[in-house]
Design a protein around this ligand. Structure first.
Ligand code: UDP
Ligand code: LCN
Length: 820
């Protein structure tokens, strides 16, 4: 458990401490290892190792004795073991981001430290031993080409790259005044549409700049604080200053002060402050090619979920923050944000076939849609995100042309979303030399067990070879990475993070990645999204509530008849409702929740179940996984005789109405349940909490971090349905006996949101990243260029060939089956 202190001596590696530990329990360990190798070659996960150990050491006291010491620690830190008799190789992860590999002989219990490469080869032997022993097998090692770039070392600092970078910049500029030359050069390079900003060539050295700042500061001190910049801009220009320092004498003075401090003796505080004021970003491009990207009627369609919600809210927040910053910088510039997605001619009644669409609620942000083209012309149909790779290169070229045209120049920042968007962003950023940020939302690799080593099996369905390589390319190419939670990057004590799972992995027959993505890279930052608080607000704010939806929601929840929007009914209206809403993907586990509910009598007596997601007719779906889930839902309703206690509502697309739906559930004193097998972040969790709905969410992924278990909501283990459903039942039982219990969790959830999960906090952080990493990029220019060359080669020699194996989608309707 997380509270157990490390029994290892500080300086010792696993390979050093393990032999002694094995010796101390030699009798049991010999038997244990004999058991491990008994079934021959295989991969074992932690639970298998533990289970088999329990079988061997059946005496509980003895077993506990073994597990209390170093051995227990090593075992508990093991992520997987590869058995090839007589050896067992362990991948041990003592701390997030830190891995050690050891090979133990079951014969004499000798232990040998092995390298990452050796471990991966050992694992490959299970699937392709010819390749594993091929000396010419392709090995990818991104770490080898950037030995000089500074990295974090503490697991606890992972995701806090911004602050590390600030400190590092500070130390680079420290010492002699001349060391600040890169900063001066950077300021000299700033401009907007041909107009210089901040300083001109008159102030081309740190000492000239420093002197001018002193003169300016004295001058400003004599002016009234609110004097507009225009009143002294001529004087400033004479001294070598250009626009951008601030809108008023007071603001200019503050900016000057932080820069003067930085030049005198650099410190991270003034450095960060200064960079947050430097006018660097005006135009932003955000890529999200796949799915149906629209503002209405798209949610719940395949591949179209939280990512779209996130980006639309993100754009509003970024625009607000940009407008404020530009105003405070004293500039009369209009920012521009373009969301670039795919134009889908067969738009199914959505606006996804429109080229340009203004983003509602913004002044300067639009959606630009560019179609996928092949030699045959424009692709009309939607394509799954797994099959999208063949279109991306051409899409990038077409998009660049449009973007440059609309913005009348280059953007200052490009942000990618998900594998496809990040790849496109990397291609564009590299081509035009623009600062790049990436967002994953979810990396698919961790969603499917052993998806790397078993890639060949999964390839026809998912094209993971393309996906994992694309992720590696863009995460290495990008200047910074925006993650929603710590766990997304480096996981938790027990579970590796999504990015971390790309640090070393292997696709036998294709390539062995000994160093792919490094979570200690200071490019990683956590900036969690929020939920739109004009839509998702507490159920208690009666005067704000969207009462127009009342009759519709009444009908949606409580009418008796099945129709094409809902099936099943709630016989007892007085019971609170447990509610869940998600796309009907397998990982969302809506069928799991239905089954837990079906099985748990106590819970069924206490509450009703309402589920929103998917369609009822599998033939209406064109998504493989969704079809299977739909069928399963019907079967479960039948099996557990749920009619009268369950309401299954088809996917909902109106977020305002959904906001009201969450609040209706809160009125029923119900709860939200997010039962996913794995959830990268989980927007529904924060939507529910914003509405004041007590929330139970999966402990696998982001929600585990959003909610503090037992304080601001509850964690449930999706792999232990009985425990989860009992936990929910217990909550409602307590609520029955104590009316304040429900309110306590409702309020604590809200408090948690307001402290950590709002869009305002997000936008401020992301723009600070954009400014700081633009400068940082200059400081580490050489190693970055070297890396770029490596990526370029990798992209051309490997990735493009993989893409050729992905079949192109066809617009032809499927042939009807031949008559029987
Ligand atoms: N959503 C919706 N209608 C549905 C299902 C989901 O409006 O039928 C919305 C939901 O409110 C949330 C988003 O889609 O804003 C889903 O985001 P989440 O992060 O929970 O999951 P994702 O779909 O991104 O994996
Ligand atoms: C994709 C997911 O799977 C969710 O976990 C996130 O909440 C969503 O994107 C928004 O980032």
């Amino acid at each position: 458990t997380s509270t157990t202190p490390t029994p290892l001596k500080r300086s010792e590696s696993i390979a050093e401490s393990m032999p002694d530990a094995l010796r101390q329990s030699r009798y049991h360990m010999k038997r244990c290892f004999a058991k491990y190798i008994e079934q021959g070659r295989r991969i074992m996960k932690l639970q298998h190792l533990m289970l088999e150990m329990e079988k061997v050491i059946d005496d509980k006291i003895e077993r506990n004795h073994v597990l209390e010491g170093v051995l227990g620690y090593i075992l508990r830190s093991t992520q997987e073991a590869v058995v090839i008799p007589p050896h067992v190789a362990f991948a041990v992860r003592p701390n997030p981001g830190y891995w050690e590999f050891v090979k133990v002989s079951s014969e004499d219990l000798s232990v040998e430290a092995i390298s990452t490469t050796e471990f991966l080869k050992f694992k490959e032997m299970l699937y392709d031993d010819k390749w594993a022993s091929d000396e010419n097998a392709l090995e990818v090692d991104f770490a080898a080409i950037e030995p000089t770039v500074p990295h974090l070392t503490l697991s606890s600092s992972v995701g806090n790259g911004f602050s590390f970078v600030s400190k590092f910049i500070t130390s680079k500029l420290s010492g002699r005044l001349e060391n600040a030359q890169p900063l001066v050069d950077y300021l000299l390079s700033l401009s907007h549409q041909g107009e210089k900003l901040m300083i001109n060539e008159t102030l081309n050295t740190p000492s000239k700049l420093q002197m001018a700042l002193i003169v300016a500061e004295v001058f400003l001190a004599a002016l009234p604080k609110d004097t507009p910049y225009q009143n002294f801009d001529l004087r400033f220009k004479e001294w070598g200053f250009e626009k951008g320092w601030g809108s008023t004498a007071e603001r200019v003075q503050e900016t000057i002060k932080s820069l003067s401090e930085v030049l005198q003796a650099p410190d991270p505080f003034n450095m960060e402050n200064f960079f947050s004021r430097v006018p660097t970003i005006f135009n932003i491009v955000i890529f999200s090619p796949h799915g149906y990207f629209g503002q209405a009627d798209v949610l719940g369609l395949p591949d179209t979920g939280g990512q779209v919600v996130y980006i639309l809210d993100q754009v509003k927040a970024l625009e607000d923050e940009l407008v404020n910053r530009i105003r405070d910088q004293g500039l009369a510039v209009k920012p521009r944000i373009l969301i670039v997605t795919r134009l889908i001619p067969e738009a199914r009644g959505t606006k996804c076939n429109q080229e340009l669409e203004e983003v509602v609620g913004t002044r300067y942000s639009s959606i630009l849609r560019v179609p996928f083209k092949t030699e045959k012309g424009v692709l009309k149909k939607w394509v799954s995100r797994f099959d999208i790779y063949p279109y991306l290169e051409r899409f990038t070229q077409d998009a660049i042309t449009k973007i440059l045209d609309i913005l009348e120049g280059k953007p200052d920042l490009i942000i990618g979303n998900y594998t496809d968007g990040n790849l496109v962003a990397s291609l564009m950023a590299n081509k035009l030399e623009i600062t790049q940020g990436t967002i994953a939302h979810a990396l698919e690799k961790t969603k499917y067990e052993d998806s790397d080593i078993k890639w060949k099996e999964l390839e026809p369905k998912y094209h993971f070879s393309c996906q994992f390589m694309a992720d590696m390319i863009s995460m290495n190419a990008t200047d910074f990475i925006i993650a929603s939670t710590y766990q997304e990057i480096a996981g938790s004590k027990d579970r590796p993070g999504q990015y971390e799972s790309h640090s070393a992995f292997t696709l036998p027959g294709l390539c062995r990645v000994v160093s792919g993505i490094n979570v200690f890279d200071p490019k990683f930052n956590i900036a969690a999204p929020g939920a739109d608080q004009t839509v998702y607000f507490p159920f208690t704010e009666r005067q704000k509530r969207f009462t127009v939806f009342n009759p519709a929601i009444e009908e949606l929840l409580y009418s008796r008849e099945d129709n094409n929007e809902h099936i099943g009914y709630l016989a007892d209206r007085k019971k609170p409702i447990i509610f869940s809403m998600a796309r009907l993907d397998t990982v969302k586990n809506m069928t799991g929740l239905t089954e837990w509910y079906g099985k748990n009598k106590k819970l069924r007596n206490l509450v009703n179940l309402v589920i929103v997601g998917g369609f009822f007719d599998p033939s209406k779906s064109n998504d493989r996984e969704e079809m299977a889930e739909i069928k399963k839902m019907h079967a479960l309703i039948e099996k557990y005789q749920l009619k009268g206690q369950i309401r299954w509502i088809a996917a909902q697309t109106d977020r305002r109405r959904n906001g009201e739906l969450y609040r209706f559930i809160a009125d029923s004193k119900g709860a939200f349940v997010q039962p996913a097998l794995y959830e990268a972040f989980g927007l529904t969790v924060i939507e529910a909490m914003n509405c004041g709905l007590p929330t139970f969410a999966t402990n696998q992924g982001g929600p585990a971090e959003i909610i503090v278990d037992g304080v601001s909501g509850f964690h449930i283990d999706p792999n232990n349905g009985d425990e989860a459903s009992n936990k929910i039942a217990e909550f409602f039982e307590k609520c029955k006996n104590d009316a304040t219990y429900w309110n306590k969790f409702s309020a604590a959830g809200l408090q948690r949101i307001n402290e950590c999960y709002t869009w305002k906090i997000y936008a401020n952080k992301v723009l600070n990243m954009g400014c700081t990493y633009t400068f940082w990029k200059q400081l580490v220019k050489e190693p970055k260029q070297a890396k770029q060359k490596y990526i370029h080669m990798f992209y051309n020699l490997l990735f493009r060939n993989l893409v050729k194996n992905v079949p192109l989608a066809s617009d032809e309707p499927l042939q009807p089956p031949p008559p029987p």
